[in-house]
Design a protein around this ligand. Sequence first.
Ligand code: KIV
Ligand code: NA
Length: 280
Amino acid sequence: RKKVTIQALHALRQSKTPISMLTAYDYPSALACSSSVLTDITLVGDSLAQVCLGYSSTTQLTLSEMIHHSKAVARGTTHPFLVVDMPFGTYHSSVNEAVLNAVRLVQEGRAEGVKMEGGREIVDVVRKLTEVGIPVMAHVGLLPQRHSSMSGYKVQGRSVEGAKKVVADAIALQEAGAFAIVVEAVPLELGKYITDRLKIPTIGIGAGPHTNGQVLVYDDVMGTWSGHKAKFVRRFANLKEVRDNAIHAYGEAVRDGSFPDAAAESYTMDKAAWDRFLEE
Ligand code: KIV
Ligand code: NA
């Protein structure tokens, strides 16, 4: 498949073909995302913090850590459009700072677009990045980078006021130039309403079946993540069981001496050479 472009993403929306987006955090997961022609977007999500680095929150992830992982993902990415999350604290102090940090994600991390969480308060940043040629994917609804100020990871936009806020934010971000928008953990009615109101593709995660696309965390899809499973997660495989069984089987084979097999899994020395070795 040829490289997915923003134009191609808009065409998918136009033709009502659901957009498929998945996260990746390193070279093997990037290769896995690229292995299907159906993957449209690979996202180096800052969920990297929890699923790969063992942090308890995305707020602990630094820009240099993100760049380090983005480089590896870029090496394994073929056709999917590559989007990288801007880590917490890298786009709020000033528009200038945000541009410098986004440029690093493009130059060093090889991002084709950057994603950032927030509403009307970040439209200046979205506009500037768009102007200088760094495509921005917006992210509204549940904002994991604000779990402390929002008192946890909760469904957003369930109240009339809450729904109005998410809609107004989404419209403002589109007006500022965002090329697409992630909508996280909102009622399906709101996911559909925003999708109908906007002209840019909406990519849902816990936003129901009516958004223009879906995104999930790689480890949730694989069933390797043993932490909390949100309602919106579907495990498309149970690799944790397969993986843990392999680890245990390896340990057993080492313990009982059945690994390695002398004939099939070992090297041998030429008999004459070995005899001479013993003599010398
Ligand atoms: O960090 C992440 O993985 C994300 C997606 C799930 C949207 O932001
Ligand atoms: Na994220």
